[in-house]
Design a protein around this ligand. Structure first.
Ligand SMILES: [Zn+2]
Ligand SMILES: [Zn+2]
Length: 353
């Protein structure tokens, strides 16, 4: 990555120019930085500004926008979060109100930053929020670093665990205690889960997961073998297995293990694996005979963003939301931030322009 300079344009009617305050390095930014997205196949226009997990303040409001998506008055200087993708509103998915599945949705990846208004991604001084976006004012009680993860990681698991039909008392296994994993731990807790069990290999992440409400953690160093970890989950769930396993690692090597942790009627929630072409082997009869299912989910609905923000406000003193962003870097050191995140040295790196 390198620093380019562009003029800040006037917003279109209904659009908002935001002055960035915090932009997190999300796992999907890392996948792209490593070159794991097939540029040829997706025809992505470069150069691009990466980054989509973020917060900022309103720099300039376009004509005709004076309220946020929840109806709160919106003014210049207000702190905001917003949905970083723009569903079309008229395709089959959008008509079914499953806008996260819209094939026409524009994102920060669909435009080159060489094209005005330039600021489509979070790793910059400004961000252009297109007209019609879901945008919410941030409550005063929440800090910028607390809310930076709301519009991607947190909303994703708020939507995901509800999609997986989490019911009171369900036992939940979280694979991976990065940003998504620790957030999912708190959401499972708040949705009324029974046992919440978190698996990772880094002790500091597991410690953070405990702070977010994990009843038990499984340290991969301590249980180095896949069979051992599956047995451990069985023990922790009275021999039944998990009702929901959430894959938040982002590698197919963990999928079979996660599936084996499912009890009968269990649901495997697939969120982390976003690299086309990486596969694993599966015996489908295992799904049939246990009435188990696999659910995939990308993006989320605008209501999940509102739910996530409200939940964080209500539980601000209950969970260590402020600890998820563990390290901040100035924009000039963005390559260093990515290297640190890539090596798993940090829970969530953030860029502070
Ligand atoms: Zn993300
Ligand atoms: Zn659509």
């Amino acid at each position: 990555m390198r620093i380019n300079e562009y003029p800040v344009c006037e917003p279109d009617p209904g659009g908002v120019v935001v002055k960035m305050t915090v932009a997190n390095v999300c796992g999907s930014d890392l996948h792209q930085w490593r070159g794991e997205f097939d540029v040829e196949k997706f025809g992505r226009p470069y150069p691009q500004i990466l980054g989509h997990e973020m917060t900022g303040t309103v720099h300039q409001l376009g004509e005709g926008i004076s309220r946020d998506t929840a109806g709160q008055p919106l003014a210049e200087g207000d702190r905001v979060i917003w949905r970083y993708f723009y569903p079309c509103g008229t395709c089959r998915a959008c008509l079914k109100k499953v806008t996260r599945a819209c094939p026409n949705a524009r994102t920060y990846l669909t435009s080159s930053c060489d094209v005005a208004p330039h600021f489509y991604g979070a790793f910059g001084d400004y961000y252009y929020v297109r007209p019609g976006a879901a945008i919410f004012k941030v409550p005063d009680e929440l800090s910028d670093t607390m809310v930076a993860g709301v519009n991607c990681a947190l909303s994703q698991v708020v939507g995901g665990l509800q999609l997986a039909g989490l019911k009171m008392g369900d036992n939940v296994v979280i694979q991976g205690a990065g940003g998504l994993g620790v957030y999912a731990t708190a959401i499972a807790r708040e949705l009324g889960a029974g046992q919440v069990i978190v698996i990772d290999s880094i002790p500091s992440r597991l410690e953070l997961a405990r702070g977010f409400g994990a009843d038990a953690v499984v340290d991969i160093e301590e249980f180095p073998d896949s069979d051992m970890r599956v047995r451990r989950v069985q023990e922790l769930t009275d021999g039944w297995g998990a009702d929901i396993v959430a894959e938040l690692v982002g590698h197919p090597r963990v999928c079979n293990e996660g599936l084996r942790m499912l009890g009968r009627t269990g649901r495997y929630l697939e969120i982390g694996n976003i690299n086309p072409g990486l596969t694993y082997e599966l015996d489908p009869s295992y799904l049939v005979f246990g009435n188990r299912s696999i659910l995939g989910m990308v993006y989320y609905e605008a209501e999940h963003l509102a739910q996530a923000l409200d939940l964080m406000r209500r539980t601000r003193d209950k969970y260590p939301w402020h600890k998820v962003v563990s390290d901040t870097f100035p924009l000039e050191h963005i390559n260093e931030a990515f290297a640190a995140a890539d090596q798993g040295k940090v829970t969530r790196a953030a860029i502070v322009p």
